[in-house]
Design a protein around this ligand. Sequence first.
Ligand SMILES: Cc1cc2nc3c(=O)[nH]c(=O)nc-3n(C[C@H](O)[C@H](O)[C@H](O)COP(=O)(O)OP(=O)(O)OC[C@H]3O[C@@H](n4cnc5c(N)ncnc54)[C@H](O)[C@@H]3O)c2cc1C
Length: 299
Amino acid sequence: MSNIPDLVSAGLIQPQVALGPMTTYKIGGNAEYFATVNTRAELDRVLTAGVATPITVLGRGSNLLVATGGVAGLVLRLGGVFSEIEVRTDAVHAGAGVSLPVLARTATKEGNRGLEFFVGVPGSVGGAVRMNAGCHGIETRDVLDKALVLDAATGAAVERGATDLELSYRHSNLGVTDIVLSAVFLTTDGDVDEGEQVMRDVTAWRRKHQPGGTHNAGSVFKNPPGDSAGRLIDSAGLKGLRVGGASVSTRHANFIEASEQATPEDVYRLIEIVRTRVADEFGVELIPEIICIGFEEPA
Ligand SMILES: Cc1cc2nc3c(=O)[nH]c(=O)nc-3n(C[C@H](O)[C@H](O)[C@H](O)COP(=O)(O)OP(=O)(O)OC[C@H]3O[C@@H](n4cnc5c(N)ncnc54)[C@H](O)[C@@H]3O)c2cc1C
């Protein structure tokens, strides 16, 4: 980490930056070091300066719970050129930092159909590739042509398709040093008004079924095969269960909401309690979908 003072003076890296405001939970500690990189040259400079281990890439923080103790090492966010979108005839090229709702709206407005479902997922392109984000029966793997992935350990950037990335239900094989830089999504030529109606339907469904206006990170657990995590949590009578400022949503049992008084550890403890109670009641081991960072053991 010897080059850090130089990079701090150059304004490229900041020490001790609060991550909570950059996540949808709005709670959590500091990044030991933080950088928003706006160009490939800035990214390379940060990575080759010997400050790159460990690295955490932060997208839009919509699937993350950060511990009060924060995150060791360097947290990177992709801005600038990584937030650009280019709509072509039957494909959309997007930087990894592009917001998924913006991607959906931009593509649809140009008559490029098939990405409307992304309007309901408040993440980034990079986060969608890593998580194989999806909803309403469509997942990232269904629309991804290829992603450009940089291995921070080797400096090699390689284009990888959905099969190579082993995209499956909320899973990819991306490793800890892999950084998604951009992605190409395949689209079909279609009617703009119809596409906009699809997006309105997606948004209306979400307003009706999910807790709006609260701090959460979407579904906490993956659905077990043939069942729904929300149904199991609800059947176990856990809706409304509280730990400190964290509570199981009364609207959708697979959401855990955090009040302004909540600590990350309240949410983390509630995840563990829900998991244990569902396992005791139904013999089903729920697997967290949200990523908890900085905790001693992953949830
Ligand atoms: C209200 C709400 C509704 C949601 N609904 C859905 C839904 O319907 N379907 C769904 O799938 N998800 C849903 N989510 C979860 C979340 O939006 C998705 O998982 C999304 O893909 C996460 O993207 P992000 O940019 O926020 O990633 P982050 O939360 O910032 O990070 C998630 C993971 O991706 C990694 N990552 C982020 N960017 C990159 C990159 N460029 N390169 C490599 N790794 C990267 C991070 O290191 C971390 O491991 C919802 C969340 C909320 C708050």
